[in-house]
Design a protein around this ligand. Sequence first.
Ligand SMILES: *[C@@H]1O[C@H](CO)[C@@H](O)[C@H](O)[C@H]1NC(C)=O
Ligand SMILES: *[C@@H]1O[C@H](CO)[C@@H](O)[C@H](O)[C@H]1NC(C)=O
Ligand SMILES: *[C@@H]1O[C@H](CO)[C@@H](O)[C@H](O)[C@H]1NC(C)=O
Ligand SMILES: *[C@@H]1O[C@H](CO)[C@@H](O)[C@H](O)[C@H]1NC(C)=O
Ligand SMILES: *[C@@H]1O[C@H](CO)[C@@H](O)[C@H](O)[C@H]1NC(C)=O
Ligand SMILES: *[C@@H]1O[C@H](CO)[C@@H](O)[C@H](O)[C@H]1NC(C)=O
Length: 331
Amino acid sequence: MWLFETTSVIMVITLTSPGDCEREWKVTFNDTDPCALKGSSVVFGCSYDYPSYQTVTNTFWKFKTQNADTNFYEAQQYRDRVEYLGNEQHNCTLRMNNLISSDANSYYFRFKTVNNAWSSKTSVSLTLTGLTAEVNPATVREGEKVTLTCETTCTLSDHPTIVWFRDRHSVSKTEFQANSEDSGIYRCAVQGQYNLSSAPVSLDVQYAPKNVTLSVHPSGDVTKGISVTLYCSCSANPPVLDYILYKESGQSFTTVAGWQTHTFSNIQPEDSGWYYCNASNSINTVRSNLTALNVQCEYWQFNSVLTNRRPTSHFVMPAPFGCNVCLAEAV
Ligand SMILES: *[C@@H]1O[C@H](CO)[C@@H](O)[C@H](O)[C@H]1NC(C)=O
Ligand SMILES: *[C@@H]1O[C@H](CO)[C@@H](O)[C@H](O)[C@H]1NC(C)=O
Ligand SMILES: *[C@@H]1O[C@H](CO)[C@@H](O)[C@H](O)[C@H]1NC(C)=O
Ligand SMILES: *[C@@H]1O[C@H](CO)[C@@H](O)[C@H](O)[C@H]1NC(C)=O
Ligand SMILES: *[C@@H]1O[C@H](CO)[C@@H](O)[C@H](O)[C@H]1NC(C)=O
Ligand SMILES: *[C@@H]1O[C@H](CO)[C@@H](O)[C@H](O)[C@H]1NC(C)=O
């Protein structure tokens, strides 16, 4: 049997003893093209074999161009990151941690016995990749379908579970009907390795104005003569372009203001009525519910016994809409 020492020209003739036929010189890699994430770890599963009368003296993991019999990981830049998990029997497993771009390379295993040496014919060719998140489409209307995809340039060898985050909250589905709360910044990551997440991508879910509300300030009793502000609020994406405040009068309506707020600096009973507002963005115009404004009359009660007719108390009387007479005094 002829054995070739691969990196030198020495040929070694060995006498074959019975039983050695099954034990050839060979190195077997579990995966010759592993793919891993930059920053993660990779394990090169490896086993080696040789005739049983041989005794292994040294093992090496090396680059193809590396001539001397040294372990590549003895160099400073690998020392803390690479671990030989194998032994001097049949296991040549290697682990590399905190992978960096320059680790994408071809690695060979070589071992020496007392009177021979053997190098792997093939190498472990490591490819590194990152995660690229995609949100499709990036801008949607509420109710439309959104698909999240997390891509790598090679298929990760350990087939990890990919997880998604929106603004640090975990996202359970990669396909969903967009809701206004789904707007945000998305990232994908490998489960358990959240530091190795993708660059952020954003999703913008657009919707017509929602929760359009016309409010009255101050709320509660509104008495003649005070200042009263109507305020139209809502949530909308894109933002509201136009607000219009209306007052209902019979079957019709009158425009009170063409913007978000309106202040009556000196409110009068005839301002009583039902108000609403319409809010419009590029998607739609939505109206609020009706809000009642009830301007009440202020009455003064006088102590008729006293000659100076000084007011002793004042109180507010609820007046129905349309009350347009406020008495200056009442007995
Ligand atoms: C490599 O494969 C062998 C045999 O299938 C297995 O026992 C070993 O655990 C594997 N090593 C790694 C690191 O996956
Ligand atoms: C080689 O060693 C590694 C690390 O200890 C272990 O995971 C693997 O199972 C071993 N391989 C075999 C074939 O025993
Ligand atoms: C992730 O990064 C943070 C901050 O950069 C660090 O404190 C933490 O130890 C890292 N976690 C892991 C699992 O690497
Ligand atoms: C609707 O708007 C009101 C007033 O701005 C707010 O208090 C309320 O939380 C909103 N409701 C929803 C469901 O957004
Ligand atoms: C409008 O009124 C309806 C019925 O009372 C109510 O369900 C809805 O929440 C109101 N809308 C707003 C924006 O307050
Ligand atoms: C307010 O908007 C609604 C649609 O939401 C529309 O039907 C209505 O005519 C608008 N009101 C006015 C006064 O334009």
